[in-house]
Design a protein around this ligand. Structure first.
Ligand SMILES: C[S@@+](CC[C@H](N)C(=O)[O-])C[C@H]1O[C@@H](n2cnc3c(N)ncnc32)[C@H](O)[C@@H]1O
Length: 387
């Protein structure tokens, strides 16, 4: 197919997408049904669709085909891409970064347009840099489990997977790397964003390694943060819960692969009015359901499709879950409240609520900023129950 035909196919396909399901699964299903696309066609059309989606609200007055071409220009990292031959007028641009390219093609364009909900951003976030970062695909990060640091690096090297060492426990590998072909995921390393690996830091500073303590991960999902806690505090007595049985099933399988057997787990709606955990804990990790707005670089369709009205839904849910969970802290116990959101309403405002209504005192709070690091931007706050 010619480039023009790829652009037309991408425009047709994007015109049918309504944001109801994640774009990645929608696209997979589309290609499954539309047999005419070979593997090279699928790759090209997918690249063009993502280039378009990364624009968010930028150039919204232009046609879909123009936006696809502009999106491709702003996101293309490969100097050998067919883009440069297709659009010779852009031939001077491959050496420049996305923001410089935007400036070169349209000096009046405002990168804030990429992130239409920027009015909700916390004041801690550099809104222009954060918005512009959506033009760059985030990386994949691995957390190396204790004792596996050197073996994993050796295996990745032997498997020809290029890696960047971020720190003793964290590696960056290119998107699409087949790491599971050379290492045992969950046993040797966990796929986990580099900032996600940092979210428990404030609790790690408060609770020394070697201290026996009880920790309840009340929104555990498949247990990414629980495994991290287990690796850091060898004496932790871990309890994990989630509202979804299916995801707890994944957690149990993952814990098995990770070699974790001594823990408790249960299904619970922690937001429910009559919720009772029947136990009190030294620490609670509340990694609450949220808009995910700090991770939309990985799901850029959300830039255009996430409904603004949904922020209030999450704020309400977060308040109820965190306040309910905090009721089961022992006096002096810690609540680590975290989200993958960059919105004030889901972060600072929930923390203020927990201080006013939840009998908690704020010890520290922080954004873990990923927009200059091809990583997610996340939030965590450490609160203490006084009595
Ligand atoms: C952000 S995810 C947690 C991610 C996990 N901590 C990790 O590191 O992989 C939030 C989880 O909260 C769960 N959840 C949503 N509403 C809940 C509720 N009312 N009670 C308990 N869990 C809930 C969701 O099912 C989801 O798995």
């Amino acid at each position: 197919m010619k480039i023009e035909a790829y652009v037309r196919s991408a425009a047709t396909l994007l015109g049918q997408y309504d944001g109801a399901v994640p774009f990645a699964s929608w696209l997979k299903e589309y290609f499954r049904k539309e047999k005419k696309f070979g593997s090279r066609d699928r790759r090209m059309v997918s690249t063009l669709c993502y280039a378009y989606l990364r624009l968010g609200g930028l150039f919204s007055e232009r046609s879909a085909e123009e936006r696809i071409a502009l999106g491709w220009l702003l996101t293309e990292q490969d100097p050998a891409s067919p883009l440069w031959a297709w659009k010779p007028e852009w031939a001077l641009l491959p050496d420049r970064n996305s923001t410089e390219r935007l400036q070169a093609i349209d000096p009046d364009a405002d990168p804030l347009a990429i992130f239409p909900l920027h009015r909700h951003l916390s004041r801690e976030i550099d809104s222009k840099a954060f918005s512009a970062a959506h033009l760059v695909q985030p990386s994949v990060f691995l957390r190396l489990r204790p004792g596996q640091e050197e073996p994993v690096k050796r295996k990745l090297d032997a498997g020809g997977i290029p890696l960047t060492v971020i720190n003793d426990h964290c590696l960056e590998v290119p998107q699409g790397s087949k790491v599971d072909a050379v290492i045992e995921l969950d046993r040797e390393a966990i796929v986990q964003d580099r900032n996600s690996q940092r979210v428990p830091e404030q609790l790690m500073e408060a609770v020394p390694v070697g201290k026996k303590f009880t920790l309840w991960d009340c929104c555990a999902a498949s247990g990414g943060k629980s495994i991290l806690a287990w690796d850091h505090w060898s004496d932790v007595q871990l309890t994990a819960s989630d509202i979804r049985e299916t995801i707890l099933h994944n957690l149990r399988q993952r814990f098995k692969r990770a070699g974790i057997s001594n823990y408790q787990s249960f299904v619970a709606d922690v937001a429910a009015a009559g919720f009772n955990s029947r136990r009190y804990y030294d620490a609670v990790l509340c990694d609450a359901p949220c808009s995910g707005s700090g991770t939309w670089g990985r799901t850029p369709e959300q830039l255009a499709f996430f409904p603004e009205s949904r922020i209030a839904h999450y704020t309400d849910l977060q308040r109820r879950i965190a306040a309910n969970a905090a009721r089961f802290l022992k006096p002096g116990g810690y609540l680590l409240y975290s989200t993958c959101s960059v919105f004030t309403e889901e972060n600072e405002a929930v923390v203020a609520y927990l201080q006013q209504e939840g009998g908690l005192t704020l010890r520290s709070m922080k954004y873990y900023k990923g927009y200059d690091e091809k990583a997610d931007t996340l939030f965590a706050a450490l609160l203490v129950r006084q009595f």
